[in-house]
Design a protein around this ligand. Structure first.
Ligand SMILES: [Zn+2]
Length: 477
């Protein structure tokens, strides 16, 4: 299999015709750069919350419709989700486009903390660039297909609400909108350029609701049963459990409701848990143990407990066959180099980060060498997609090296030239990779065989970890 893959990569690289195709795609994207920067900055200013991306999704759909894509909106009963398609028949290549922003991170494109709107939303994960860059890639691929009579279908998936308990893609996967897709390409803003396959943590968010008996806390405590005691007993047991879970496990909680006043025994309390593990089996084990602590806490405190799963995500299954192809194209496109003005912005904003030992400013121009076995201690709903379709992605240096995701500094970079340059690196790499796959569809059965092996053979059946609940359309309201 490896030899076959190597052979196909050599063919892809060597053909002079392929070189011409690549040059045409790159030229087209360079010409459209200003247009896509405008689009990215418009979405950045709107900074809409998950499932409420009304203006953003309309702009994205409009852009694709004008370019000749057929739009299906409101897919999987999610008003802001859509699929834009061009072409017909096989192969079918999907490109993901995220669009939601984060609460509390509103920020101007400056290297010091200046909110645009106090407490407002900001694009701290760069999904304004993610969405726009993916659309740029899809349109460039479509134009190239039309000009060269290329067979197949290119699809852009507008995927809302990636952040927090949104989990938008799990509902899209559950609705079957990826069932006929042969390969999925995606990218994510970052502080470096890398296409190395890396996994993520499987993830589940749930609310545990305890019910007790209200009573006067001083005059009739024996008649009360505290729901908050239930929450506290559960948290205590979970904190003991931490010593007996694998190193990569993550468990976090917040008490969302703990009673109204201390002179009434609380009859209702609610705690939100997030659990993460590198595998779905490991996550399910932690989930079972978490439920036992909840039941035991209720039993011991004379309360009752119920839970609601808010979302659940698979870990990302890397696909080396596709990742190597993306790496080759990322190396061809190259990283992000700064003007003198951008360098001074970069140096100034790095001073606001508390950590030491940051990667050099110049590393934004480099492409990381291909490496295996990466695990990011975060989670993404791309995971669910990667279990049903061979999927590969990349990150590009939209953020100054050393700037973390979900920070005001990331918001600042996502709204200025450094972010836009990183976005165009991603758009070019994805368009070149899609064109490679259309010209060499023989890579697809190899990618598919790799996926089947990685998920443990033919018997795998996708089952959403969010269960049968509906998408939590109001989680940001
Ligand atoms: Zn993100």
């Amino acid at each position: 299999m490896k030899r076959l893959l190597l052979a196909s990569l050599i063919i892809i690289t060597a053909s002079a015709k392929a070189q011409q195709h690549a040059a045409a795609i790159l030229q087209q994207l360079d010409q459209q750069r200003n247009h896509y920067e405008q689009m990215a900055v418009t979405i950045w200013k709107w900074a809409e919350p998950g499932y409420l991306e009304d203006k953003t999704t309309a702009l994205m759909q409009d852009e694709l419709a004008k370019a000749g894509f057929k739009i299906e909106k409101g897919i999987a009963d999610i008003p802001t989700a859509f699929v834009a398609s061009f072409g017909s028949g096989k192969p079918v290549i999907g490109i993901l486009a995220e669009m939601d922003a984060l609460p509390g991170l509103s920020q101007q494109p400056t290297p010091d903390r200046k909110p645009l709107e106090e407490g407002g939303y900001g694009h701290g994960c760069g999904h304004n660039l993610f969405g726009t860059g993916s659309i740029a890639a899809a349109i460039a691929t479509k134009n190239w297909m039309a000009a060269n009579n290329i067979k197949g279908t290119i699809r852009l998936y507008g995927t809302p609400a990636e952040e927090g308990a949104g989990g938008g893609k799990t509902y899209l996967v559950r609705a079957g909108v990826f069932d006929d897709v042969d390969a999925v390409l995606h990218w994510h803003p970052g502080d470096n350029n890398s296409a190395s396959p890396s996994s993520s943590l499987a993830y589940k968010v749930a609310l545990f609701r305890f019910k007790g008996q209200a009573a006067h806390a001083a005059a009739a405590p024996e008649k009360g049963r505290s729901a908050l005691d239930g929450v506290e007993a559960m948290n205590f047991m979970v904190n003991l459990m931490r010593e007996h879970v694998s190193q990569e496990t993550r468990i976090h909680y917040v008490i969302k409701k703990g009673g109204l006043t201390s002179n009434i025994v609380p009859d209702f309390a609610e705690v939100e848990y997030t659990i993460r593990h590198p595998t779905v089996a490991g996550l399910n084990d932690i989930w079972d143990r978490l439920n036992k602590t909840a039941d035991a806490a209720a039993m011991g405190t004379g309360t009752s407990v119920s839970h609601e799963v808010m979302t659940g995500l698979y870990n990302v299954l890397p696909n080396e066959t596709l990742a190597k192809l993306v790496q080759k194209n990322l190396e061809k496109v190259g990283g992000v180099s700064y003007t003198a003005e951008e360098t001074s912005f970069a140096e100034a904003i790095r001073k606001t980060v508390s950590a030491t030992g940051l990667p050099s400013v110049g590393s934004a121009a480099e492409v990381k060498p291909y490496a295996l076995n990466g695990l990011t201690s975060a989670s993404t709903d791309v995971g669910d997609v990667s279990w049903v379709v061979p999927t590969a992605g990349l990150s590009t240096a939209t953020w100054v090296p050393g700037i973390p995701a979900h920070s005001w500094q990331a918001v600042a970079c996502d709204g200025m030239s450094i972010g836009f340059k990183g976005m165009m690196v991603a758009a070019k790499t994805i368009a070149l990779s899609a064109a490679d796959i259309f010209q060499h569809p023989e890579i697809l059965p190899i990618a598919s065989a790799e996926l089947k092996k990685a998920r443990g053979g033919e018997s795998f059946q996708y089952k959403s970890l969010a269960g049968d609940r509906k998408a939590p359309l109001d989680y940001r309201k």
